[in-house]
Design a protein around this ligand. Structure first.
Ligand code: PHE
Length: 351
């Protein structure tokens, strides 16, 4: 083996040993670089006699070409290896099952509200929704709620530090009763032409479910809870109609005839007379206890005026029912806070 053959053999094993591009390029420099072995050999040619210089020069160049070919092969090997490592690292296991999206479901309060909507819809009630940020006028004034009424105080109502375009303070509605006013005014406007032509205005029959807010928080009170407002206004819709309607609702909702309904005298500025509605089951886990479920009464004439209607011809009742309370009674839940904690162990039981 002459010196050039062994140089070639050394280059081959050096190149083969390189595991990374940088190592290979260092090895290349040792042979082909400015001070590399081949460059040194070429420099040495000058000292040889002309005949020898020619053959030796050709041999060296051949060896150089050989080393360059080895280098190209080594570079290809490294880039292939690099690609393979990358492919392996980024490999997709197409046999893995996909990640499943958890199946969502309706919250027990949403279910309850839907159920209540369906029952009242079957009795001819419309369903209406309205804003949770209300004006002072809608929340109180229009509902015959005098300026100094305690419900207006900061202890009960969350105020929004902002006024509407007409300079009225805004609040988070403390009850759904503003929806009586909004809906009845809309109804009055819709049928104004027909009424002025002497035709009878259709009855107002609506329920309005939604979130309400009060400064209150313990096992039975949450600063946010749900109410369902009801309003039935006609030529002469009476307290008797309220009793019949509400009892029919309770029968449907709890799927039982075994209960009593009691109208307990109470006070609300927007109704006269006013009553709390209590129910008592004759059997089941809640049997024997009076349970308060709604406030109610005949709509006050001043409130009918806020509706833009005439209290002589538009007469009826309103009620405001606690939706969370209805859900708790139906499902046998004793702590209101469970409803709003968002704990899936609790919520998934209702799916
Ligand atoms: N708005 C009353 C409350 O939140 C309930 C109610 C509504 C009472 C309608 C009478 C008529 O307590």
């Amino acid at each position: 083996m002459n010196d050039l053959d062994s140089l070639l053999a050394a280059a081959e094993s050096d190149f083969a040993a390189a595991q990374q591009g940088a190592e290979l390029e260092n090895a290349k420099a040792r042979y082909l670089g400015r001070t590399g072995h081949l460059t040194e050999l070429l420099k040495g040619l000058g000292a040889l006699p002309p005949e020898e210089k020619k053959t030796r020069g050709a041999e060296i160049n051949q060896a150089k070409a050989g080393i360059e070919a080895l280098l190209t092969a080594a570079r290809e090997r490294l880039s292939r290896a690099e690609l393979e490592t990358q492919l392996r690292a980024e490999a997709l296991d197409v046999t893995l099952p996909g990640r499943q999206r958890g199946m969502g479901g309706l919250h027990p309060v949403s279910r309850t509200i839907e159920r209540i909507e369906a029952i009242f819809a079957s009795m001819g009630f419309d369903v209406a929704e309205g804003p949770e940020i209300e004006t002072d006028w809608m929340s109180f004034t229009a509902l015959n709620n005098p300026e100094n009424h305690p419900a207006r105080s900061m202890q009960d109502t969350f105020y929004v530090d902002m006024k509407d375009a007409e300079g009225r303070w805004l609040n988070l509605r403390p009850h759904t009763s503003p929806m009586q006013v909004r809906y009845a005014r809309m109804h009055a406007a819709r049928y104004a032409d027909e009424v002025s032509q002497g035709r009878q205005m259709p009855e107002v029959r609506v329920i309005a479910p939604g979130r309400v807010y009060r400064v209150d928080s313990d096992a039975t009170h949450s600063p946010m809870f749900h109410q369902i407002e009801g309003l039935w206004l006609g030529e002469n819709v009476s307290f008797k109609d309220l009793k019949v309607t509400f009892s029919a609702f309770v029968r449907e909702f709890f799927e039982t005839d075994d209960f009593d309904v009691r109208f307990r005298p109470s006070f609300f500025p927007f109704t006269e007379p006013s009553a709390e509605i209590d129910i008592r089951f004759g059997s089941g886990p809640l049997a024997g206890r009076w349970l308060e479920v709604a406030g109610s009464g005949q709509v006050h004439p001043n409130v009918v005026r806020s509706y833009n209607l005439d209290p002589e011809t538009a007469i009826g009742f309103a009620f405001g029912m606690g939706a969370d309370r209805m859900a708790m009674l139906r499902y046998g839940i004793d702590d209101l806070r469970l409803m709003f904690d968002g704990d899936l162990r609790f919520l998934s039981q209702f799916q």
